[in-house]
Design a protein around this ligand. Sequence first.
Ligand code: ADP
Ligand code: ZN
Length: 431
Amino acid sequence: MYWKEKEEIILEDELKSIQLERLKKTVLTANKSVYYKSFFKKHKLDAHIVELEDIRKYPFTFKDDLRESYPSGMLATSLDNVVRMHASSGTTGKSTLIFHTKKDVDNWADLVARGLYSAGVRKTDIFQNMMSYGLFTGGLGLHYGAEKIGAMVIPIGTGNTDRQISFLKDLKTTVAHITPSYLLHLGHALEEKGLSPAKSFDLKIAIMGAESYSEATRKKLEKIFNIKVHNCYGLSEMNGPGVAFECEHQDGMHLWEDNYLAEIIDPITGEVLPDGEEGELVLTTLKREGMPIIRYRTKDITKFLNGRCKCGRVCRRIARIKGRSDDMFIVKGVNIFPSQIETVLMETPGVDKNYMIILDRKEGLDILLIQIEIQKTYFKGELRQLKNLQETLRENLRRVVLVTPVIELVEPGTLPTSTGKAKRVLDKRRL
Ligand code: ADP
Ligand code: ZN
């Protein structure tokens, strides 16, 4: 049931005391870095922690702080002790560098193994890692965790869909690690070849993360491929994937609180919110020695779920990430998250697998244009059917996002696809 039962099944009080002991050490270690030393001095802070709540006396660390301390201002040890470096994928600007000691990479692999095991991955599995290797943490991060479990890892990386399909078939892959956009694309590619995604393979589990996706997308993919999809969350500043993981019950992601101290804050005021309220996730590393980070603003919007998970693990669960606070866009004064649109699309029968959101402005008025791939049969049938679907989508979307969108229906395979992180919003108002 558990990767390391002694660490996962403990009392809440035990967890709290582990957190406290690790937090004390983290702050002391951070104080050895050029960045935090001057940060503490500037804010007249010491590195002394008595209780967990003391974390709140420290100001937040932002991505810009990492950029400004480029390349190694936050490194808290000598470069001699560093065995690996990663960088964020740079979705939102210049990349930031993260350095790991031997203990750090080993501990990260152990956390990933914990998550994978909780999702049902075992020694007997064939693990096709369809995430990019290299500076991006998705490939190597899961690679070492799966190896630790003893699964056979295929380090294929992203892209080359034909080869992915051959390996899935010939090596009888049972677990895939993949982004939602690539799995949707793979489904499309298989159908184009006349293969049934549900019947052609031995695939049982997909570990899916790196970008947000809705519950409706998960359900759709589970059905198309006849598999279980487990959500996996992480960010390079906090190692990478494996910060939070969905266990066998698929009901929210266990955030590994013995390794990360989590707070949920109001992204505008910075105020810490009561348990269960939705806000921005703020994380402090608790076990990292090479480059500890204090109160990192992830920009990711989520909340803690109430109650204990049926699996019995002590670490609390966070809800699916709603999006990044900077993903949100405003149309005609209304705040919209792409995930709200995605949910409606994936729940509407007839919609295929891909879509694109385009924001524009004409004569001073905002326009929300949504291009949607729909199933081929609609283009072969009567025009009325197409019109009806267009109307249904417009109405369902208007009800959820409160703005009437312009709907453009296109054939499957028309819109740009991605093997890594998808870019599904194009804001022409900013061009
Ligand atoms: P970048 O910030 O440059 O994209 P990363 O590659 O470290 O750098 O990506 C981390 C981000 O990816 C997270 O902050 C989050 O926004 C997104 N992400 C990762 N996993 C998930 C997931 N399971 N669900 C939603 N978003 C995710
Ligand atoms: Zn659980």
